[in-house]
Ligand binder design. Structure first.
Ligand code: G6Q
Length: 546
């Protein structure tokens, strides 16, 4: 372990921000805009194809200056440099954190323990490309000679959310004769409903698991294998219909998949950062290798921007600092991500894992309990659907919820006036949130006095607007990397490890202890608390009746 860093709360910029927040607490966005006609220009920036307008935030130039100073004093630059240099910054697992290497060009060189990982990355990408091409062209067929029409990814968490989100996001670019499906839940319904809809002769299963020991994935993979063997009447079919994505060749072999049909990655790729690795195989089959590489290109562009741009013109850093401002100084508990694009409907769920698994930590790198707020709750839904559901709370509720609005200038499905209507709502929402409607304005419209408070919008509700040209693979890559580095920025300032996830262990351990108790023939002696004991007994009683 390196020398423990001081708590961020002791840094001069943090102390100054605490005082500054007291002064800014009562400042209204209306006033900030009225006082500064150049505000929109001052607080917006474009890089790597993303235009970010962050002017509708409760910040001034002084706020931003202090936040940038905080990033510097907290050692963000050093930590960022260490990540890109392949240093083992995931200290609790003693691993490098190199998802950026997964999208580095062939000409790059990134060393981990003296070993250049870039050629290995491209070797796997090339194997994936050849395989994806063969599936797409029909050169590779199933056991009975039929082309593959269904690709089912069996994985969970980081081995599911990335490719599932991206296949949905890039559906416009996908081969429509190939149906991509994702089964993650150990709830048999997930697999059963999928199997019901597919033809075994034309189904390719991708068992996607970094460790190849994840209970849910192995349970699904075993049931899928049994189904395939049963339907095709031959165990030999498994070799043609199953491939694996993993770092664990031994377990892959033990499951019965030839390592020739395994696509590897490395321990320096965290699950939630693994989409650009072999974990993206289902996506590559859907959109083709060239477009997959465009996605990687977009990610790399954002990586380079993050690595090289000064903090006050660095999109991930700006987003990270603004988020931290609300989280640590103005008391916000959550933030909403609102993509105005139906293709991005799984993006908020993807960001939930990225952000909450990375920064949902309660101790710092030295193991000391933190005395400040770390990762926020992330949530969201695509617009305009959300407007007819939870936006009421955003506009008139008592909670401060900073929002990221993500929109595109051009639609991939231009249909009459749909896109202009969508975008009119997109712009209207951030305007309404920021500036609201005062009681005087409401009253002047002739609204009955008793209804005026109900129809008043206080405004002063912050948002960022991210505007991109069009949802291309490269644009999606830039967006993903933007949020990855935003999360990195915040984790670095909070001095926490954004790359482990010990918090998911305890529940897993307890489940493996409870599982045999649920199925034991004779009444087991239960040694849990009285609540858990009673619930298990009730389940056992009901289970016997069925
Ligand atoms: C992500 C986490 C976690 C992981 C899943 C699946 O960062 O580590 O979500 O991806 O638990 O793990 P396997 O890929 O090993 O099955």
């Amino acid at each position: 372990m390196t020398e423990p860093r001081p708590s961020p709360t002791t840094l001069p910029a943090w102390i100054a921000l605490t005082e500054h927040a007291e002064r800014l607490r009562t400042v209204e966005l209306r006033t900030l805009f009225a006082e500064d006609p150049g505000r929109a220009e001052r607080f917006s920036h474009e890089a790597a194809g993303i235009f970010l307008d962050y002017s509708k935030n409760r910040i001034t130039s002084e706020t931003l200056g202090l936040l940038v100073a905080l990033a510097e004093q907290a050692g963000l630059r050093e930590r960022l440099t260490a990540m890109f240099a392949g240093e083992p910054i995931n200290e609790t697992e003693k691993r490098a954190v190199l998802h950026v290497a997964l999208r580095a060009p062939r000409s790059a060189s990134i060393l981990v323990g003296g070993d250049d990982v870039v050629p290995k990355v491209h070797e796997v990408l090339d194997r994936m490309s050849a395989f994806a091409d063969a599936v797409r062209s029909g050169a590779l067929v199933g056991h009975t000679g039929k082309r593959f029409r269904h690709v089912v990814n069996l994985g969970i968490g980081g081995s599911d959310l990335g490719p599932a989100m991206a296949c949905q996001a890039l559906r416009h670019y996908s081969d429509r004769t190939i149906d991509s499906r994702f089964v993650s839940n150990v709830d048999g319904t997930d697999l059963a409903e999928t199997l019901r809809a597919i033809d075994p002769e034309s189904t390719l299963f991708i068992v996607c698991s970094k460790t190849f020991t994840t209970l849910e994935t192995l349970e699904n993979a075993k049931s899928a294998r049994a189904w395939l063997v049963d339907r095709l009447g031959s165990a030999e079919a498994v070799a043609r219909h199953f491939v694996a994505v993993s770092t664990n060749a031994e377990e892959v072999k033990r499951f019965g998949i030839d390592t020739e049909r395994m696509f590897g990655f490395w321990d320096w790729v965290g699950g939630r950062y693994s989409l650009p690795s072999a974990v993206g195989l289902s996506l590559m089959i859907a959109i083709g290798p060239a477009r997959f590489r465009e996605l990687l290109g977009g990610m790399h562009e954002m990586d380079e921007h993050f690595r090289t741009a000064p903090f006050d013109r660095n999109l991930p850093v700006i987003l990270g600092l603004i988020g931290l401002w609300y989280n640590d100084f103005l008391g916000a508990e959550s933030y909403a991500v609102l993509p105005y694009d139906q293709y991005l409907s799984r993006f908020p769920a993807y960001l939930q894992q990225l952000d909450m698994e990375s920064n949902g930590k309660g101790v710092d790198l030295a193991g000391r309990r933190v005395t400040y707020q770390t990762g926020p709750v992330v949530w969201g839904e695509p617009g305009t659907n959300g407007q007819h559901a939870f936006f009421q709370l955003l506009h008139q509720g008592t909670k401060l919820v900073p929002c990221d609005f993500i929109g595109f200038v051009r639609s991939l499905n231009p249909l009459g006036s749909h896109h202009d209507q969508l975008m009119a709502n997109f712009f209207a929402q951030t305007e309404a949130l920021a500036f609201g409607k005062s009681a005087e304005e409401v009253a002047s419209e002739g609204v009955a006095a008793e209804l005026v408070p109900h129809r008043t919008f206080t405004g002063n509700r912050p948002s960022n607007t991210l505007l991109l040209d069009e949802l291309t693979p490269a644009a999606l890559g830039r967006l993903i990397a933007l949020y990855e580095h935003k999360v990195f920025t915040q984790g670095a300032i909070w001095n926490i490890n954004s790359f482990d996830q010990w918090g998911v262990e305890l529940g897993k351990k307890l489940a493996s202890r409870i599982a045999p108790e649920l199925t034991a023939e004779t009444e087991p002696e239960l040694r849990h608390d009285s609540s858990t004991n009673a619930l298990i007994r009730r389940y056992r009683a009901g289970r016997r009746r069925s």
